[in-house]
Design a protein around this ligand. Structure first.
Ligand SMILES: NC(=O)c1ccc[n+]([C@@H]2O[C@H](COP(=O)([O-])OP(=O)(O)OC[C@H]3O[C@@H](n4cnc5c(N)ncnc54)[C@H](O)[C@@H]3O)[C@@H](O)[C@H]2O)c1
Length: 246
């Protein structure tokens, strides 16, 4: 895999899975715009520059249309183009349905799903002109199999999958591929909030018997971003230790 001369934006890449994706894309040669809603993005961009690759941190809330336009503009004005977009930013606000507020619903849908629409629309405008592009969105197996307490999150992630399959068909003739990754349970701050008993229960449901690492997701993203994956589009790849199929 060689992503030299490719320019990538990774949303929500100040920590966790996004950070691992940003570092992996840079390792295989890409210039990476590290986006996050807060300052953590700076540290990751510095880490990448220390390896000799180009990187800048771009603070933006990906659920804001205005912020997303600025994110894509700064990428294109600094590096001349955008080849790879990784829609990774996401949050959870878990509650059982009867306790879920309008705000819990709207916030999760906006940050996990509307952001994917906004970033993809903005990036595709540039990718269409160059007739090459890679859109990779981080969904979740929860969007495929459901999970109690996550009606908002599961709906958003199922939406990301429907969006992926649709846009793949819309932009295929422009040389742009659009795919999603559905991680299972990955060891990040998002899952570190689980209690010990919840964690033990969870492990019983994972055929491989352990939580994935952010790097496991990053490897799949790097492959989908590469030239070698040119004939794969509209797909959802589960990176879940066998959980969804079990
Ligand atoms: N951890 C898991 O087990 C797991 C499983 C399946 C899917 N995912 C998905 O993977 C992605 C990354 O998850 P993670 O575990 O690394 O989470 P995380 O909470 O560790 O990191 C998410 C990052 O997104 C940033 N972010 C949040 N809102 C943002 C916004 N509006 N604009 C820009 N950035 C924003 C956060 O600041 C944070 O740095 C998410 O889409 C998540 O839903 C995670």
């Amino acid at each position: 895999m060689d992503l030299s001369n490719r320019v990538a934006i990774v949303t929500g890449s100040g920590r966790g899975i996004g950070r691992a994706i940003a570092l992996k894309l840079a390792e295989v040669g890409a210039t990476v715009v590290v986006n996050d809603i807060n300052e953590v993005a700076q540290g990751v961009a510095e880490e990448i520059r220390a390896t000799g690759r180009q990187s800048l941190a771009a603070l933006a809330n990906v659920s804001s249309s205005e912020d997303v336009s600025k994110l894509v503009e700064i990428t294109v004005s600094t590096y001349g183009k955008i080849d790879i977009l990784v829609n990774n930013a996401g949050i959870t606000r878990d509650k059982l349905l009867i306790r879920m507020s309008d705000e819990d619903w709207d916030e999760v849908i906006n940050i996990n799903l509307k952001s994917v629409f906004l970033c993809t629309r903005a990036a595709v405008r540039y990718m269409t002109k160059q007739r090459w592009g890679r859109i990779i969105s981080i969904a979740s197996i929860v969007g495929l199999i459901g999970n109690p307490g996550q009606a908002n999150y599961a709906s958003a992630k199922a939406g990301v999958i429907g969006f992926t399959r649709t846009i793949a068909k819309e932009v295929a003739s422009r040389g742009i591929t659009v795919n999603a990754i559905a991680p299972g349970f990955i060891d990040t701050e998002m899952t570190q909030r689980l209690g010990e008993s919840q964690r033990q229960e969870l492990l019983k449901r994972i055929p491989l018997g352990y939580l994935g690492s952010p790097g496991d997701v990053a490897e799949a993203v790097a492959f989908l971003a590469s030239e070698e994956a040119r004939y794969i589009t509209g797909q959802v790849i589960n990176v879940d230790g066998g959980m969804a199929g079990a």
